[in-house]
Each structure stands twice: as C-alpha cells, then as structure tokens.
Design a protein around this ligand. Sequence first.
Ligand code: NAD
Ligand code: ZN
Length: 546
Amino acid sequence: MTLPLARNIYFTGFMASGKSRIGSLTAASLGWKFFDIDKLIEEKTGKTIPRIFAEDGEPAFRRMEVEALREVGGQGPMVASLGGGTLINPEAIELIRRNGVLVGLHASPEVILERVNRKKESRPLLANLDDESKMAKIKEMLELRKPLYQLADLHFESDEKIPHHVLTRRIIHRLQVDELKPLTVELAERSYPIYVEENLAGHLDSIAAKAGCPQRFLIVTDQNLKSHQKRMLEQLRSCLGDCRIFFFKSGEEEKSLKSLNKLFTFMLRHSYPRKTTLVAFGGGVTGDMVGFAAAVYLRGIDFIQAPTTLLSMVDSSVGGKTAVNHPLGKNLIGAFYQPKAVAISLETLSTLPPLEFLSGMAEVVKYGVIRDPEFFAFLEENTEAILAKRPDLMRQVVLRSCAIKAEVVGKDERETAEGGRAILNYGHTFGHAFEVLGGYGAIPHGLAVALGMRVAARLAVSLGMLTAADEKRQNDLLDKLGMPKHFPRKLDENKAWDAMGLDKKVDDGSRVYILPKRIGEVVPVRDVPKETVLQALAVARESKGP
Ligand SMILES: NC(=O)c1ccc[n+]([C@@H]2O[C@H](COP(=O)([O-])OP(=O)(O)OC[C@H]3O[C@@H](n4cnc5c(N)ncnc54)[C@H](O)[C@@H]3O)[C@@H](O)[C@H]2O)c1
Ligand SMILES: [Zn+2]
C-alpha cells in the first residue's frame, strides 16, 4: 500500500540543480503529468527564453510564467519544474502555494559547474566565460537567489553521490509523510508525532528526517521478528540505507542489563557515533530496552519506536518510560527518555499470536475505563470484529488508545501529579501482584492487568464508589474478549498483598489505588484497609463451586 499524495509538486532551484531531471522522474514514478515551465513557454511562443527577454522584456516573461502556472495548476495531479527566477514574482508563489508544495533542490557550485560544462545546451548567463569566471558568476548568483530558494517547503541536496532514483524516492516519501496527520505527544521541545498507518517501513527515513534525527541508523529487533516479519524488516532495512540489524533474544527474561550490554558492545565495536538513530522494531521488551539504550549510549542518542505488538502500539511505545528488569523487580532500572517519533505499522499485527493480541486489548479496555466512555461503548459494539483484527477498526482502536495515552503523558510526563499519569496504572497494582505470583512471563502482562481491573472494580464497588452495574459492564467486555476470569493457580491473597508491596508505584509508604467511579473516570484512593483489599482480591480466586 502506498500513502496518498494530494498536492501538486513544484521544483525550484538554481540552474543545473536537477529540477527537470528529478521533476520528470518524480512525475513518472507517480504516474503524473510533468511540465517544464520554461519549455512550455518556449513552445507556446515559438521563441527561446533569451529571445523573449530581449524582445518582450522581463515583465512580459513573468506574466507568461504566471499564465503557464495557472494553466498547469489546473491539470493536477502534476509535477512542474520552475524557471530559475519564477519565485521573484509573488503572484507565482501564491499560485503555487494554493494547491502545491514547493521543493527546493540544491547543489554545490562545484557540482553545478561540472553539470553545466558536461551539458551541450547553452546557458546564456555563462556563455563565453572561462571556468574561473563561470564559478565566480555561479557563486554570485547563488548568493543572490538564495532567499528565493529558501522559500521552498522542503529542501534536498542533489549531488552526484545520490542516484536520481534514490533521491526521487526520498522526495516522494517525504512528501507523503508530510501529508500524514499524526497524533502528537505535547511535551514542549520534546514533543513528537505518532503515525498510525498500514505499513510505514518504507517511510522511516522520511519520518526520521522530518523529526530531525541523524540519518545513520541501527535497527534493533528481537529474534522472533526475523521470521515473523521478514519482509517488513527487509523493507525497513532497505529504506534506512541498508543499515545493520541487531537482534535481541526474545522474551521478558531477556530484558536485562546483560542484553543491553551486548547491544552496547556491538555499537561500540562498529563505532556508532552520537549521531546515530536507533530504531526499535518489536514489542514492549524491545522498545523499553532500545529506549534505555538510547538514553545512555554516549550520554544519549535519538531513537524511533516502531512497535509490532498491540501492547507496544497502544502503550509502551508512547510516553518515554524506558527500562530493563533487575532480579529484584521489573522495570526498576531505567529512565524517562522520549522517542523522536512513533511509527506504527498496523500490518505487523497480522502475525501476532492471539494471546499477545489479547494482552494488548486489556490496555485498550483500560483506556476506555479510565478516560473515555464513548470508546468503551465502541469496544462493546465491535468486539467480534476487533478480535478478527478488522483493519479499519484496529486503526481506530490504536489511534484512540494512543491519543489518550499521549494526552495523559503530555500533562504529567514524570508521574508526579496526583491523578496524572498514575491513572494509567489502573489494574496494574493488582496485575503486578499476579505477574509476580505467577512468575514473570507465565501470565502475559495484559492478562494480569485485566484480572487486576476486575479486582480494582470490585474494590471500588465495596467502597461504594462504583455501581455494580458498571463493574458488570467492564467485566462483561473483558469476558467477551476472552480475558481470564481467575488467577490460573491457587491464589493466596496475603501473598498477593506482599507482592503488591514490591511495586514501585507505591509511594511514600501509603498505598495508592487507581479506582473507577464510573466507566470513563478513575481517581487515586489512599488508605484502604488491608482487609477490604484482600476481600476484593478474592474475585480473582478460582471459584470453588460445584
Ligand atoms: N514503557 C512503558 O510505558 C510500558 C508500558 C507497558 C508495558 N511495558 C513493557 O512492555 C513489555 C511487554 O511488551 P509486549 O507485550 O509487546 O512484549 P514482547 O516485546 O515480549 O512481545 C511479545 C512477544 O511477541 C513477539 N512479537 C512481537 N511482535 C510480533 C509480531 N508482529 N508478530 C509475531 N510475534 C511478535 C515477541 O517476539 C515476543 O515473543 C513488558 O516488558 C512491559 O514491562 C512498558
Ligand atoms: Zn500495562
């Protein structure tokens, strides 16, 4: 699937900057019409440009240009290359901006001179000059025209090192990325976009360029994706200049300083400089580790999240929490470090095992309960189609979840405000206990969270905060999705209580619970008697009925 392009494309730049060549290649590869404005005018008048200048004067020529622009602009979608001085005329600029994008091509004076000399066609401005005088003239004119070319919306270097077809592809992809409307995590100078599309693997270089990331890349992924997402991984690699790929072993138990150190050794051995962009292609384990690696490698480098599990799409890739596990607890060694962009390719979900998909859906339901009753209702109405991963619905699921996460993170990046980012921990305090008791990795994170949400809702009902009807509504949706109703082993509530105590989310000794008041709103609650909590925990115990 390719991304759409809606606007006409106009190339500007100095003589021999490649406007016509790159312009016509761009048009050809899009299947669009191509117009060379100078040539068009020459054809229409039957005169060469120097002759028009000599016989009719420059103002007349500028009028012809505007006329030509008006004519071709209406024939879109199309690509046009402009004359060297077209942008002198404000009327021309206005016409171009109306439905087009202006792309500037830039080449060094040396490259320009070389190209001019190579070509037979005469350049009236440089006629009868020796190389030295040509160079001086080129430099002088470049300086003069610079403010005009700066008007371009996008700038590309067109030297001989980049093959024309590569440059053309880069330009098209960048324009496509520019037309996307990503969500934004608003964090002042650390703000970043979240793109959600079917497949962004071929556009990662443009996304990185737009985000201001260095163009030297290293993809980091996990072993499972080598086979599951072979094609996309290859696409990604080729888009990122055939960069290297580093593989972590798969699994939560690999989320450690030891694995991280292997990555550091690899990067140091290959002399990756500070101007490197790491691309995390994988689930939350990969994303959390790559984020932390980016935070500390050479004191901090850029990274992009390209999540491939539902959980990482809707949760871990957004918000800048990065970490590895320690033998004494999960995610204890880490940093707040935001990515430069999040690029979600929904297509990756096709190979995700059902249990992993379900795990992500628990976080999705969480967003509905903590923030968005309409979204919750949407999930209720479309449960089956979502379980079948219907693409249009998955897009909405991911977009809405990311929007909620982005909003919450934007207001409380470091989880310091009361009722701020901590609301994302809904279901997690109890879920965490189930993960610990089950042994890490035994119960997928999301499934533990879903069970934790059942406990939290029960606690809220017993405290008189939530109606039993709303508790049922939440649990019915969890049931319909196929979430576990009970802890799969014998549950000792006292042990669960102790396991909760290890959770770093418990601050200053007093326990804080995120509890629902209704579908769509949760609040932090302190000082709940232990007895009440133990009773609520019992909902997760396998019933001993007949
Ligand atoms: N940073 C945060 O804010 C945050 C939030 C929630 C969770 N997390 C962390 O995220 C981790 C869990 O993330 P996860 O559930 O994505 O785990 P994961 O990264 O281990 O991925 C789950 C499994 O799916 C495989 N996989 C990934 N993408 C696949 C695909 N497209 N097709 C087939 N298989 C695929 C992986 O190899 C792995 O075996 C935990 O470590 C948790 O602590 C972090
Ligand atoms: Zn979670």
